[in-house]
Ligand binder design. Structure first.
Ligand code: A3P
Length: 297
């Protein structure tokens, strides 16, 4: 339908809708056998769940909390996206990186490299409550050139989200399959949420650092938390996408990539009817998972 037509070079890769602008089939096809190293670190998220935030945190953890070391290098050159890159040479580029490689992906569990599905390295999965997640994804679709600068309605967008028809597929399938993955490999896969980061950033930085066997001094934790607050990151050109090697990635004349950064913005978008439908689908899909979703600050 019209959503799919609005996505540049839209393609279904093993039943999941992808944009081909930055995620070419040539990369996806090469991923199954992409080699994972024991010291790789992967951040895995459904889009708009706090990927950039977590990337900046782990980049700082690997720099011992020294914020000076990340002041002059764009985040996209410090944490590499697995499936996003040039049609030719991207995987070769990833293979040439020195360890430890810090990487990120939005791909559903079925589409990540086989060795990553076997948890051959540490993974941090970040979930965000789906109501705020869809609001953020809606705005992202408007600013993002690679997603066709969405001009459709909020109501249509919400319906597509609930049906799992957006780029990267169903939020529910994504979260539930990685939740299971975490339960199967608890020492290898850390499962955290945007809301936990928001509510106690210092404690979460400590948890992430300990999980990565890179414990930090309390002073370093404080520095990272300050550097990674929303206000700091919003004004930090190394992470806020205002400064990129290619300038037509985003049209940020109305909304910024660092948009609001809060829990509960969904209340400004959901009508009572939309909320009722959403709750119903959400309850059905999440039943029995044991996952706890936080919708309020
Ligand atoms: P909003 O659109 O709700 O503001 P991703 O990096 O996965 O694309 O996620 C982007 C979302 O994370 C945006 O949400 C963005 O504002 C928010 N975000 C980024 N850095 C943040 C921070 N330091 N604190 C809180 N939210 C942050």
């Amino acid at each position: 339908e019209s959503y799919v037509r609005s996505i540049p070079q839209a393609q279904y890769y093993r039943n999941v809708l992808m944009q081909g602008y930055f995620v070419p089939p040539s990369i996806l096809e090469g991923l199954e056998n992409f080699e994972i190293r024991p010291h790789d670190i992967f951040i895995i998220t459904y889009p708009k769940s706090g990927t950039t935030w977590t990337e900046e945190i782990i980049s700082l953890i690997y720099n011992g909390g020294d914020t000076k070391k990340v002041q002059k290098k764009l985040l996209i050159f410090r944490v590499h996206h697995l499936e996003v890159g040039r049609p030719i040479g991207h995987l070769r580029f990833l293979r040439k990186l020195r360890s430890p490689r810090l990487m990120a992906t939005h791909l559903p569990l079925d589409l990540i490299p086989k060795q990553l599905r076997e948890a051959q390295c540490k993974v941090i999965y970040v979930m965000r409550n789906p109501k705020d997640n869809v609001v953020s994804y809606y705005h992202h679709h408007q600013i993002s050139t690679s997603l066709g600068n969405y001009t459709g309605s909020w109501d249509d967008f919400l319906t597509l989200f609930l049906k799992g028809h957006l780029v990267y597929g169903s939020w529910f399938d994504h979260v539930l399959s990685y939740w299971k993955f975490h339960q199967q490999h608890p020492e290898k896969v850390l499962f955290i949420s945007y809301e936990e980061l928001k509510m106690d950033l210092e404690r979460m930085i400590e948890r992430i650092a300990n999980f990565l066997d890179r414990p930090l001094h309390p002073e370093a934790i404080k520095n990272i938390a300050h550097h990674c607050s929303f206000d700091q990151m919003k004004n930090n050109n190394m992470v806020n996408r205002e400064q990129l090697p290619v300038t037509d990635f985003f049209n940020m004349s109305h909304t910024k990539f660092m948009r609001k950064g809060i829990i509960g913005d969904w209340k400004n978008y959901f009508t009572p009817e939309q909320n009722e439908t959403f709750e119903k689908v959400c309850k059905e899909k999440m039943a029995g998972s044991g996952l706890h979703l936080v919708f309020e600050p």
